[in-house]
Design a protein around this ligand. Structure first.
Ligand code: UDX
Ligand code: ADP
Length: 471
């Protein structure tokens, strides 16, 4: 029994001001004006951005949510210790990237940042606190967090809850406002109730599911694995469509009307990206291997294998179609983010397609409405670094000389031999394609990695259009 936490008013802090922590806390603060919400991060530049009009995360509607609560009950700072001391519910929302070195490299999650948070909480806490895992974590991480917390010398006591976030980027605000469900896993019903009472301010009680800790942790990995599996499944069929004359969008529509399958998440694409899908599946694979379930591990790993195949297949098809060489040809790259309505590029298919085209000597004119030039160059540097350990002089030169980042889609396509659509931004559907065509070399190739452009109209104008899953 921890009577102090039950009676004292709720004060929230969140460690990690990223794509998850920032929007989630902004929504809690907006919906609960009486609850102080302190978002803290070690990264001063990021905090400064949260305190400005240029937020570090682009999400439709987020600016308004932050503007309403910031300065009222929502604060952003680097005072991690102060925020821990003055709150009784502490969210951990730091990044958990795939490990690059050591045991489980390339698969297991790097828990360094989570562990550091737990140690910091143990060090600064007094009284009773509820610690909430918001980051997606391997199953049984809560156990490790509990053990670290129990070493607190101050005599502080803790309840650990798992409360995974299911928001998708690009729709974060609407997902947070009306989620399909909120999941809270834990052992102490009192702590669960206290956290549930926050969400209950705007989410119907029946949508708040409670489970044990491990079920909650595993549910998050499983949800992402199932979603990614759907994309890989339709992408696998897209390869078959291209050789048989079927159209993958028609197949998706036909199967999606089966109520058992459903229409969502059946959009064939150049491959899924984002910070979660690949990382969480690899995590699941690592977990299965750890427990000796090698068939289960192989089954899920295939979802990632298929995704890599899809990205590679796409860039190879581009080169083959353009008379087996793109060397010194200018290619307009429309979109770099991993999906529309976000400035996030983590694991974006665009990074891999651009890498392959650069290796073939193409000159890229890149346009994305939300991704900065700095980010694009950084991502390309990192992808070359990942494949060969360090960035060679040749790759550095390629990025410097063969990549130009421009401010609009028309400039990108001017004098290009081909256009490649890598993100499904709505603005690409509204362009004057005749104007685009008039500025391009012939044949004017279009490789639509998102099937967003109207192939029929483009054909009529004279483009040679290659979509996903269409022969
Ligand atoms: C995902 C989950 O949806 C979310 O619940 C979880 O909290 C985090 O991971 P996110 O990665 O932000 O969210 O975006 P999502 O909409 O799932 O898209 C992931 C990738 O799959 C994107 O690259 C997207 O373009 C691609 N995708 C999605 C497809 O290619 N086809 C589809 O039909 C759906
Ligand atoms: P996500 O998409 O999961 O939100 P991000 O990488 O966008 O991941 O955000 C995670 C944030 O957590 C980063 O801004 C990073 O600086 C912050 N962070 C990582 N470790 C710590 C820590 N020990 N204390 C405070 N902030 C941290």
């Amino acid at each position: 029994m921890h009577s102090s936490s039950r009676t004292s008013p709720i004060r929230i802090c969140c460690i990690g001001a990223g794509y998850v922590g920032g929007p989630t806390m902004a929504m809690i603060a907006k919906q609960c004006p009486d609850i102080p919400v302190a978002v803290v991060d070690l990264n001063q530049a990021r905090i400064d951005q949260w305190n400005s009009d240029e937020l570090p995360v682009y999400e439709p509607g987020l600016q308004e949510v932050v503007a309403e609560a910031r300065g009222r009950n929502l604060t952003f700072s680097t005072d991690v210790e102060g925020a821990i001391r003055s709150s009784n519910i502490i969210f951990i929302s730091v990044n958990t990237p795939t490990k690059m070195h050591g045991i489980g490299a390339g698969r297991a999650a790097n828990l360094e940042f989570v562990e550091k948070c737990a140690r910091k909480i143990a060090e600064c806490s007094q009284g009773h606190k509820i610690v909430v895992e918001k980051s997606t974590l391997p199953v049984r991480t809560a156990e490790a967090v509990k053990r670290i917390l129990s070493s607190a010398s101050s005599g502080a006591t803790f309840d650990v809850l798992s409360n995974p976030e299911f928001l998708a980027e690009g729709t974060a605000v609407s997902d947070l406002l009306a989620p399909d469900r909120v999941l809270i896993g834990g052992e102490s019903s009192q702590a669960i109730e206290q956290l549930a009472s926050v969400y209950e301010r705007w989410i119907p009680r029946e949508k708040i599911l409670t489970t044990n800790l491990w079920s909650s942790e595993l549910s998050k990995l499983t949800a992402n694995a199932f979603l990614a599996q759907r994309v890989s499944s339709i992408n696998a069929i897209s390869a078959l469509c291209e050789v048989t004359g079927a159209n993958v969008d028609e197949v998706a529509r036909a199967i999606g009307t089966d109520s058992r399958i459903g229409p969502k998440f059946l959009k064939a694409s150049v491959g899924f990206g984002g910070s979660c899908f690949q990382k969480d599946i690899l995590n699941l694979v690592y977990l299965c291997e750890h427990f000796g379930l090698s068939e289960v591990a192989k089954y899920w790993e295939q979802v990632v294998v298929m995704n890599d195949y899809q990205k590679k297949r796409f860039s190879t098809r581009m080169v083959r179609t353009m008379f087996h060489t793109v060397s010194d040809k200018q290619i307009a790259v429309w979109g770099f983010a991993f999906k529309k309505d976000t400035n996030d590029t983590r694991e974006s298919a665009a990074i891999y397609v651009c890498r392959d085209l650069l290796e073939e000597g193409a000159r890229l004119m890149v346009y994305d409405p939300r991704v900065s030039e700095k980010q694009i160059r950084q991502d390309l540097m990192n992808v070359f670094k990942a494949s060969s350990g360090e960035v060679s002089e040749r790759h550095r030169q390629l990025i410097e000389k063969n990549v130009t980042v421009v401010k609009d889609a028309y400039t990108a396509s001017n004098l290009s031999h081909a256009i490649v659509v890598l993100t499904e931004w709505d603005e690409f559907k509204k362009l004057d394609m005749q104007r685009v065509y008039d500025q391009m070399h012939r044949p004017a190739f279009v490789f639509d990695g998102r099937n967003v452009l109207d192939a029929h109209t483009m054909d009529k104008i004279g483009f040679e259009v290659h979509g996903i899953g269409r022969s």
